[in-house]
Design a protein around this ligand. Structure first.
Ligand code: PLP
Length: 301
């Protein structure tokens, strides 16, 4: 294997499983555990590395020298990709949705510092890029350039997510995860036992498309999963006072840091479902902390 990739892999830490203990959970006889994938790496945290790992290996096997992808001004995916590129000595190009903000967001500033070529494009052009899924699909790709779709939404990404599921060594009934592109949920559906229920929480509104996208990624039918569309709190990266209150209280009580875009919304939704008796007494739930804490910079909370 590529020695720089091997060296990078050695900087990762194990993610722990942490049991949450509080009155609401006790009252509803729910056992809740958080898989702390935010602990994996200070920069490439959460589902980022899980999704990128096999894509990067694939790119290196093809002797790629440039990784190209897309994302917003706070994108965790681009942030992880830019760092990986720097660590592996690969060039990176990022297509960024919208105009260049002034000053740059902390995420974009890091990307620039790590040498990513930032290309700001209109929302229409950005939507167009969503049509390109395969690593060779981007029009006008040059030799040794490798395309990664938004959020790393590629079948190869599912392999790394499966490794996360295989690390879980306690019995459980439900797995929960926040959804952006639905790739992480798709990987979990394929890797988990079919006796387990899987519940994704959409981080954006009008996210009905997730069901079809996930079905396409998993390729064969499974009937043990759902995507909840009720806790987007007004849309992607939007917050409500109730969400922020929940996050502050949760962080103070547990010491687990959250961000309000993905994991914060999932836990907010999960607690609401628990309070409304959605799960039978005695249910054991594992919720995945998908990291992304870098995105907290620049957010007013
Ligand atoms: C921190 C974080 N959590 C969750 C997600 C959603 O993951 P997916 O796109 O695999 O649904 C993302 C976006 O990729 C993310 O950055």
């Amino acid at each position: 294997m590529n020695t720089a990739l091997l060296a990078l892999e050695q900087t990762f830490q194990a993610s722990s499983l942490e049991r949450i203990d509080d009155a609401l959970l006790n009252q509803h006889d729910i056992e809740l555990w958080i898989k702390r994938d935010d602990q994996l790496h200070p920069i490439i945290s959460g589902n980022k590395w899980r999704k990128l790992k096999y894509l990067i290996r694939h790119a290196l096997e093809r002797d790629a020298h440039t990784l190209i992808s897309m994302g917003g001004a706070y994108s965790n995916h681009l942030h992880a990709l830019g760092f990986v590129g720097k660590m592996l000595g690969l060039q990176t190009i990022g297509y960024i949705r919208g105009e260049c903000p002034s000053p740059l967001t902390p995420t974009l500033q890091d990307l620039q510092d790590w040498g990513m070529d930032l290309r700001f494009i209109s929302r229409g052009d950005y939507r167009q890029l969503r049509h390109y899924h395969g690593w060779q699909d981007l029009p006008n790709l040059k030799a040794r350039q490798y395309w990664l779709p938004e959020g790393g939404a590629q079948p190869l990404a599912l392999k790394g997510i499966a490794e996360m599921i295989h690390e879980i060594n306690i019995p459980y009934d439900w797995l929960c995860v926040p959804c952006g592109t639905g790739t992480s949920l798709a990987g979990m559906i394929k890797a988990a036992s079919n006796t387990v229920h899987l519940l994704g929480f959409a981080a954006l509104n009008h996210a009905e498309f997730l069901r079809a996208d996930i079905a396409k990624l998993i390729a064969i039918p499974f009937y043990n999963w759902q995507v909840n569309l009720d806790y987007h709190c007004g849309g992607f990266a939007k917050t409500t006072p109730a969400l922020l209150d929940f996050i502050n209280t949760f962080e103070q009580r547990t010491g687990i840091p959250l961000e309000p875009i993905y994991t914060g919304k999932m836990l907010y939704g999960l607690y609401d479902l628990i309070a409304n008796n959605y799960f039978p007494l005695g249910t054991k739930i594992i919720a995945i902390h998908t990291g992304g804490l870098q995105g907290n910079r620049g957010l007013t909370r």
